[in-house]
Ligand binder design. Structure first.
Ligand code: NDP
Length: 263
């Protein structure tokens, strides 16, 4: 059945993924390139990784370029959007994926742990959304996905900064979603559980936790998160807005996971 709320034909424009040099962002960029929109691959310093993401997209017939921009730097964000618009037109799909951790027990946490995490994981999202909304409003179409975390709702010792940023991101997502819904723009968050990427490779106990605390008994692959982003950014997802899609292998649904030797 046709969706009467969609502008026809769908306006031209591009997808922009921050933190797409590796991990979840790289998988999201590659996946979105398959939806026939050009993709801008944002990154902070890993130029080699960003070029690999672009090469993978081009090898599968997609269109992309990489642009270095630290999302905590307002001037760099402006340059990123300008480059995207000059190359491919307005950013109509925005995936705010760039994120960092700086774990520390709260008693020992200081400004050097707090500010970079809040700046990257939360304030940068405020900035990119503000920048993207004018083009989306003109097009009467836009899709924004903000990468949250189950740690925005549940916690572990040592992640107060990260948890505060990810919880704030969900509130920000809901607020902006209700303001822009009438313009054909959706704004959602996605809350992964444990995903196999560089971000969590140094956390020794997570491997064990994956086997014991997650009902599906494994970490997610980045491509499994990308598939969910593909849905949330699709034209067909126009009635999904202001929500958080949890993708955690049942982690937050489980009171406990029975340890059955073989099942
Ligand atoms: P990775 O550490 O593998 O990749 C992080 C990406 O973010 C890199 O591309 C990095 O760029 C980029 N980045 C970091 N800081 C900045 C910055 N200031 N400006 C621009 N880009 C930046 O992380 P993941 O793929 O695991 O995480 C992606 C998102 O998913 C994050 O928001 C994270 O919080 C969230 N998440 C991850 C989970 C997991 O288990 N992995 C679970 C729940 C949520 P560069 O390589 O150039 O440094």
């Amino acid at each position: 059945m046709p969706n009467d709320a969609l502008p026809r034909p769908l306006p031209d424009g591009c997808a922009l993924v921050t933190g797409a040099s590796r991990g979840i962002g790289a998988a999201v960029a590659r996946d979105l390139a398959g939806t026939h929109r050009p993709v801008v691959v944002g990154y902070r310093q890993d130029e080699t990784g960003a070029k690999q993401t672009v090469a993978a997209i081009q090898e599968s017939g997609g269109t992309a370029f990489a642009f270095r921009a630290d999302v905590t730097d307002p001037a760099a964000v402006e340059e990123l959007f300008t480059a995207a618009e000059e190359a491919y037109g307005p950013v109509l799909v925005l995936v705010n994926n760039a994120g960092i951790r700086s774990d520390q027990v709260f008693a020992a946490m200081d400004d050097s742990d707090w500010h970079p995490v809040l700046d990257t994981n939360l304030s940068a999202v405020y900035r990119t959304m503000r920048r993207a909304l004018s083009g989306m409003s003109r097009a009467r179409f836009g899709r924004i996905v903000n990468m949250g975390s189950v740690l925005g709702r549940q916690s572990l010792p040592g992640v107060a900064n990260y948890a505060a940023a990810k919880a704030g991101l969900e509130g920000l997502t809901r607020s902006v979603a209700v303001e822009v819904a009438r313009r054909g723009i959706t704004v959602n968050a996605l809350a992964p559980g444990l995903v196999e990427t560089d971000l969590v490779r140094d956390v020794a106990f997570l491997e064990r936790a994956a086997r014991t605390a997650i009902p599906v008994r494994r970490a997610a692959q980045p491509a499994e998160i990308a598939a969910c982003v593909r849905f949330l950014t699709s034209p067909e997802a126009g009635y999904v807005t202001g929500t958080t899609l949890t993708v955690d292998g049942g982690l937050s649904a489980a009171a406990f996971v029975p340890q059955v030797p073989r099942d």
